[in-house]
Ligand binder design. Structure first.
Ligand code: SRM
Ligand code: SF4
Length: 570
């Protein structure tokens, strides 16, 4: 509120002067000299769901040829609660075929990403997404992003009701600027009307903001990793309301102990009718109190950590003009996905398919994208992206169930794939070659590391004990690695920090165990721990709990401990 303009982050100036997110994007799109946008506009384009990237694999050869980097764009499409229709799936498929290198990426926040879209194709791609009733606005940028929701319909009869709440929050917090329609959909601005952002104001939020809705007992959406969470409280198959959680986040910077992941704290309860009002006031508090002078300290988690949860509760209650009720009891039992066929409460079928690291692409022996295209062409139910980057083909009738099985099998895909627990619980962020922040491989490397980890588990007889393993190419935490029982965070090419001690349902942060180690060292470390786990693990004891009980790491009680130097166990 009292930031000195001289100290404001440059992005704040860009936002203020952007005329509600217009900047020079329209002109930049028309400039044929370069495949890039102007630098300031690359900050604004994020609010429109677009990241400028370049192919990091080809930088050096292109530089030698005196060529600019091979610029292209990542487009992220919002899918509230992860649910889309077969027609929408087909749209993303067609766009991936035409403009996105034949690849669709399902994200850890239940959205779609296309990579490699050239500047000249951006407008057409975004127009097509909108024609099919999806959008990309607020998929990125300093605003509330895609609202997540447990997508599994068989979990509860009130799933639809909870999902509707998630969709409402999403609509309520969507930016109101007309710039999006003007730039991408050729809508003319009404000259006499000023844009107005009733929730965000002219400078939007200090930083990205993420909202999630969870349906216990599954915490598949990792509610504790989010700025704002609503945990559905269901009593005798009636949705009575939501516990509200605030202040979670994952991002950190290597070597900077003032940055750290934090778990969200549950702070009260509200009714379904009160949810949008609560969400709006929470966002406005962050708008007014979040730090705008240091982007590394600008996430909502720090606003709450700096001032304390009691300050926040008082501020929220005073803005609401009424008080949140006391939180209600709830219990999470897992944060993974239930793979295979499951019957819904209404008799329809769902198939949860494992999608390795969310990448839907045709590979030689597994033409997954083509198979799903054919399913979408036949199927009348829906497609549900999970927060673990997997896919639920939802609401199938008995005959459709058989059709889907036949289609997948004819493409060499077994719908009830018998993968190991390790593979099924693995998750990696995109990282190289597209992510400009990646320090090491993640998506392209995790499968081969998991295969080696599995061999070790097999050797020690612990292969069937599921372990949540996550990898990211840098400390930003896009695959929520600090909640994993075993986490790997890229430090440099081929080098990772290794984390131990997250909890199986996602409610405890892990702790850095080894720093900057290569694959051989990772496997040596795990050999010792797995042998110990096999000999001394209790019946039913999760790996993350075991490593704490055995003293490999201490339990983390505040995120600032995650990266503290550790007394190394010899
Ligand atoms: Fe992320 C930045 C990919 C979920 C924390 N994230 C990025 C960018 C856009 C890199 C950039 O800024 O140039 C990555 C694009 C890579 C690419 O080539 O596609 C990227 N993030 C992803 C996705 C695609 C990972 C995935 O494998 O699925 C996820 C897209 C989610 C979506 O649909 O909206 C993704 N990112 C997350 C999550 C997980 C979550 O939200 O549940 C986190 C941790 C939670 C959090 O926000 O605290 C996350 N991403 C970040 C951060 C660190 C933010 C921070 O507080 O420090 C950055 C960097 C930044 O914002 O400066 C980042
Ligand atoms: Fe990129 Fe880092 Fe996010 Fe991975 S964690 S996608 S490397 S920003």
């Amino acid at each position: 509120m009292t930031d000195n303009p001289k100290q404001l982050e440059h992005v704040e100036i860009i936002k203020t002067n952007s005329d509600f997110l217009r900047g020079g994007i329209t002109e930049g799109l028309l400039n044929p000299i370069t495949g890039a946008l102007a630098e300031d506009d690359t900050q604004l384009s994020k609010f429109h769901g677009i990241y400028q990237q370049h192919d990091r694999d080809s930088v050096v050869p292109r530089r030698k040829q005196k060529l600019e980097p091979l610029y292209s764009f990542m487009i992220r499409a919002r899918v509230p609660g992860g649910i889309c229709t077969p027609a929408q799936w087909l749209t993303m498929n067609d766009l991936a075929e035409k403009y996105g290198g034949g690849s669709i990426r399902l994200t850890t926040r239940q959205a779609f990403q296309l990579h490699g879209v050239l500047k000249k194709n951006l407008k057409q791609t975004i127009a097509n997404i909108n024609q099919n009733l999806m959008d990309t606005i607020a998929a990125c940028g300093d605003v509330n992003r895609n609202v997540m929701c447990t997508p599994n319909p068989e979990l509860s009869k009130v799933h639809q009701e909870v999902y509707d709440v998630a969709a409402k929050i999403s609509a309520h917090l969507t930016p109101q600027t007309t710039a999006y329609h003007e730039i991408w959909l050729d809508k003319q601005k009404v000259v006499s009307t000023e844009d107005h952002e009733p929730i965000y104001g002219k400078t939007y939020l200090p930083r990205k903001f993420k909202t999630v809705v969870a349906i216990p007992p599954t915490n598949d959406v990792d509610v504790y990793a989010h700025d704002l969470g609503f945990i559905a409280i269901i009593d005798q198959e009636q949705l009575i309301g939501f516990n509200v959680s605030v202040g979670g986040g994952m991002g950190a910077t290597h070597g900077d102990l003032s940055t750290f992941p934090l778990l969200a704290q549950v702070m009260g309860f509200c009714t379904p009718e009160q949810v949008c009002e609560v969400a709006e006031q929470v966002v406005k508090i962050q708008r007014d109190f979040g730090c705008r002078t240091n982007r590394k300290h600008a996430r909502f988690k720090y606003t709450i950590d700096d001032r304390g949860i009691d300050w926040f509760k008082a501020e929220l209650n005073s803005r609401l003009g009424w008080e949140l009720q006391a939180e209600k009891p709830f219990k999470f039992t897992s944060n993974g996905d239930p793979f295979g066929w499951h019957k819904n409460h209404d008799g329809s079928w769902n198939l949860t398919l494992f999608i390795e690291n969310g990448r839907v692409i045709d590979r030689d022996r597994s033409p997954l994208r083509s198979a799903l295209k054919q399913v979408a062409q036949k199927h009348v139910g829906d497609f549900r992206i999970t927060a673990n980057q997997n896919l639920i083909i939802g609401k199938l009738s008995n005959s459709e169930k058989q059709q889907v099985t036949d289609i997948l099998q004819s493409h060499g895909i077994n719908p009830t794939q018998q993968h190991s627990a390790t593979l099924l619980n693995g998750m990696a962020c995109v990282a190289l070659p597209t992510c400009s922040l990646a320090m090491a491989e993640a998506e392209r490397y995790l499968p081969s590391l998991l295969a080696k980890i599995e061999q070790l588990q097999d050797k020690h007889g612990v292969k069937n004990k599921a372990i949540i393993i996550r990898m990211t190419g840098c400390p930003n935490g896009c695959a929520r690695p600090y909640l994993a029982e075993l986490g790997f965070v890229g430090k440099g090419p081929g080098k990772y920090n290794m984390y131990l001690g997250g909890e199986f349902t996602g409610k405890r942060l892990n702790r850095m165990y080894r720093e900057n180690i290569d694959e051989a060292t990772i496997l040596q470390e795990l050999e010792v721990i797995f042998a110990d786990y096999a000999a001394n693990g209790h019946e039913g004891e999760w790996f993350g709990d075991f490593v704490i009980r055995q003293g490999y790491v201490n339990e983390v009680t505040h995120g600032s401990q995650v990266h503290l130097p550790l007394e190394v166990k010899s």
